[in-house]
Design a protein around this ligand. Sequence first.
Ligand code: BTN
Length: 249
Amino acid sequence: MTQSAPRIERLAEIDSTNEEAKRRLGAGAETPFWISATAQTAGRGRRGRPWQSSGGNLFLSGAYRFSSDPGELAQLSFVTALAAYDAFAAHVLPGAVSLKWPNDLLLDGAKAGGILLESGTDAVGRWLVVGIGLNIADAPDNTPYPALALADRLAPGLNRPHPDDVARDLAAAFESWLGVWRREGFTAIRKAWLSRASGLGEPIVVKGGAEDLYGVFEDLDAGGALCLRQPDGALMRVAAGDVFFPGRK
Ligand code: BTN
């Protein structure tokens, strides 16, 4: 796969690279553009959660403009997850990295990265900000899901990479997977994502809605929803939530 390397502007400390990307879009910045930060003072995760953002980890946002509708743009979270997978897989033993629905990066089953997609429409058109946080040097403590950093699982003989190097590889991989999405559509992205997915065929619990949902993670549908086979045999499509694996230690 040929990978072009988008330019990434490195910032020192900032509130949030996603917020900065949105400010720049609002000020008319030309797209696409990528920014990273050494540290964030108000890093944000999915569902309004804070994202611990101390030095040594990666905080990266890419800003794009598309004519696709919002439903299609949501597919780009899977494109981003595949790019994050590629950026991490080069540093660890084969099989150590996997993807957890909807868009977490796992390292030996523990969370090592997350993705926050934000989109909207302004006078210019539809915009999308892809925000990626990757634990390179440190993983936070006391998280709802166990966490690890790349530094905890480096392949023998490899040194911990600088966040700038991981950012460069990730942005280039994003461009490559974006090309796949544009040429072949979500079908190809879905297939690639499923082949890297954690917990396919396993019992899971999806939390975050009015009630916890139990079942077997059977598939990803054509729009990216999780297909959950419930204990009564019915297939439920889940559009949002946090997946846990009750059978794992
Ligand atoms: C998650 O909850 O798993 C998503 C975490 C996304 C964090 C990244 S760090 C770079 C960008 N800026 C933010 O404020 N959030 C995203």
